[in-house]
Design a protein around this ligand. Structure first.
Ligand SMILES: *Cc1c(COP(=O)(O)O)cnc(C)c1O
Length: 390
């Protein structure tokens, strides 16, 4: 049997109009190849125009943006930082870069994001964390009004990890502008990409200046190299920013396609009781970065069965992020849930869920290929059940 073309989970998707190449060509024509330059300034302004953020600082990665954000919030050795557990490790690694101590928080089933009750429980033991890192998982904003109701009482700033949620909204406001600081990622698999990069959003000009200073090796404004503070080489290059400017022009198209993919799956699986789509909260709009499903516990079909069957047909699917409190590197840190569940919410979502191909280049034919495989597994699930027992 001829192997059909690969279907990706999420891959870079440059504009049909080649906008990205125009900006890169300008950079070449003016020899503005070196770090910084007009594309970097332009990209920062254009992201702010799109999102309503006050200031953006373009950096080499979303992870670098989280690192700089925590540093700006004065996170130091021995400080506690609260962080969502159901996320990619990059949300929490910068806590360790700074010698601080992560405390992980469970999600809730309505949003898959930080559960305000679990957060409240964490504050009972640790009333003075330096910051809270919220994550807008798979493109959907956390419930900021409910989260802030808790953090405001303890006067704790929020660093919003919006790496996956550029273009999503919460009560009319853009994700990334909902916390005290916001982070975007332009990594290759995100909704738009610069090939690699990130941005830190801040409210004050002074903050933007300070972060640019740290991210360019903390060079004092003197005719010779003079350093009073530790520096980082974290700025985005002018070439990379050019790709970002082009990509930003098709962000709305990408969101529309991601939503189409989600709706396609939702419709295709509507008669399969064991499948539930990731819930969409009505307080905002998701950017539908990845379409995720969970399989009901009673079903003999396990996420890995689906992932393996799809892989055999050259189709890429993934497990849900494995919760950080379950990761060997983070397992010694505290973790808070709303109740003493046997299996907490994010553990359950990890055990029962998976991410389906959500590539914006995907065709209807390919979506059909995916859904046929999945449907086939459920219609022959007795067989799968038997296989699991054996
Ligand atoms: C991708 C991602 C990051 C890291 O962004 P990079 O640009 O790859 O460094 C951080 N947090 C979350 C939730 C992500 O999905």
């Amino acid at each position: 049997m001829a192997r059909e073309s690969k279907i990706f989970l999420a891959s870079p998707h440059m504009s049909d109009e080649c906008f990205e190449q125009e900006y890169i060509k300008q950079a070449f024509d003016t020899n503005w190849i070196a770090p910084l330059g007009p594309n970097v300034d332009g990209f920062e302004k254009e992201v702010c125009n799109y999102t309503g953020a006050n200031y953006g600082v373009a950096l080499s990665a979303g992870t670098a943006a989280i690192h700089m954000g925590l540093k700006y919030l004065d996170v130091k050795q021995g400080d506690y930082v609260f962080c969502s557990s159901l996320t990619f490790s990059a949300s929490a690694n910068p806590i360790l870069y700074l010698g601080a101590i992560p405390v992980f928080i469970d999600s809730d089933y309505d949003t898959w994001n930080i559960c305000p009750k679990s957060l409240e429980n964490a504050f009972k033991k640790y009333p003075n964390p330096k910051a809270l890192i919220t994550v807008n998982l798979y493109g959907q904003s956390a419930d900021y009004d409910r989260i802030k109701e808790v953090t405001d009482r303890y006067n704790v700033p929020i660093l919003e990890d919006a790496a996956e949620s550029l273009g999503a909204t919460y009560k009319g406001k853009q994700s990334g502008t909902l916390g005290n600081l916001g982070v975007y990622s332009f990594n290759g698999n995100k909704i738009i990409t610069t090939s690699g990069g990130g941005m830190l959003l801040v409210n004050k000009l002074e903050a933007a200046k300070k972060i640019k200073f740290w991210a360019t090796q903390s060079r004092e404004d003197l005719p010779y190299y003079h350093h009073k503070e530790i520096g980082y080489n974290y700025r985005m290059s002018n070439i990379v920013a050019g790709i970002g400017r082009g990509q930003l022009r098709v962000l709305d198209e990408r969101i529309a396609k991601k939503k189409y993919i989600y709706e396609y799956y939702k419709d295709a699986f509507k008669d399969i009781d064991e499948i539930e789509m990731m819930p969409t909260a009505d307080y905002g709009t998701s950017n539908y970065w990845l379409s995720c499903i969970t399989i009901k516990r009673e079903s003999p079909v396990r996420p890995k069965d689906i992932i393996q069957s799809l892989a055999l047909r050259n189709i890429e699917a993934r497990h849900i992020w494995k919760p950080l409190h379950k990761q060997p590197i983070f397992s010694k840190y505290d973790y808070f849930t709303a109740n003493d569940f046997e299996e907490s919410c994010c553990e359950n979502i990890f055990n029962q869920g998976l991410c389906l191909p959500s590539d914006t280049k995907i065709t209807d034919y390919d979506l059909h290929r995916v859904t046929e495989v999945v449907k086939g597994i459920f219609s022959s699930q007795l067989e799968v059940g038997v296989r699991n027992v054996l």
